[in-house]
Design a protein around this ligand. Sequence first.
Ligand code: ZN
Length: 345
Amino acid sequence: MQLPREVIVGKGTLARLPEVVKRLGLKGKALVLSDAQCYEIAGKTVSGFLEQSGLTVDFLLVKSMTVDDLIKVEEQLKDQKPRVLFGVGGGTIIDAAKLSSASQNIPFVSIPTTVSHDGIASPLASIKGSDKPYSILAQAPMAIIADTEVIANAPWRFVVSGCGDVISKFTAVKDWKLAHLEKGEYYGGYAASLALMSAKLVSENANLIAEKKNEGLRILLEALISCGVAMSIAGSSRPCSGSEHLFSHALDIINSNHAIHGEQCGVGSILTSFLHGSNWQKIKSTLKQIGAPTTAQELGVKDMDIVKALQMAAHIRPERYTILHKLNLNFDACETVARATGIIS
Ligand SMILES: [Zn+2]
């Protein structure tokens, strides 16, 4: 079980980097991985604080993060041999930092500039263009430093997406429990409770988030970090990724102009909550309150893409038993579910 040693969340927390570096005993060379925009927003400040802490700092800016880009980052790590990698950016950069540092056996520190999904603290990462559309095990961050001042300046849509990802844990945990009861799969009550509590807290505080209050943002960040910890405890993405995530992965494959991960997971959660016979209306109303998409149109995809994705979802990961595997719905049944929940009209 890998857990972060330091988690610092709040306004202006980047300034606390020197004390974190000292406590973690980091010395020697550090590499800051970012993209041009995030480097301007936060990477520069991070580099400055790291230099102040006595580290020798280099930076590597990437434009995109495909399998080829990842190989280049790994080559740079082999070449420069930093002692620690700082990932400064959105989900893609954090994932790249996680994967490349794990492959080179060095620790990484997660410094998110957006809160679009729970990868900021989890040991799992996904990479575009790989043969697996879902996340694979890499390593958990050694520390997470989340500055709400930086995050509040990112487009609001990322916050909405982060909320969708957290709220989708209601169905992820239901799927996990189902796999435990029907297939004897390992089920960790503590990890499940942690994921569920995060979903509850975000739902209960939807008004604070919708009003863009700093407290709401902090609750969301803590929820996303707790989800990451839940995955570390479980040793897999199980507590945080069920049928609704499979639906989102399927939508990514079907529609190249897909929406953001958390937005799709939220919609997926409405659909699969309906299939579980749970309170899907509550999930839908909470997402609406936050301003998250709850229809195909709001997601920017065709009605039929929703139906196709719901049917395809179970085939993406046959080994990950969920309500979709149990029910094995045909196309017509998927369409009925999408209509009944008002996702398509
Ligand atoms: Zn997710």
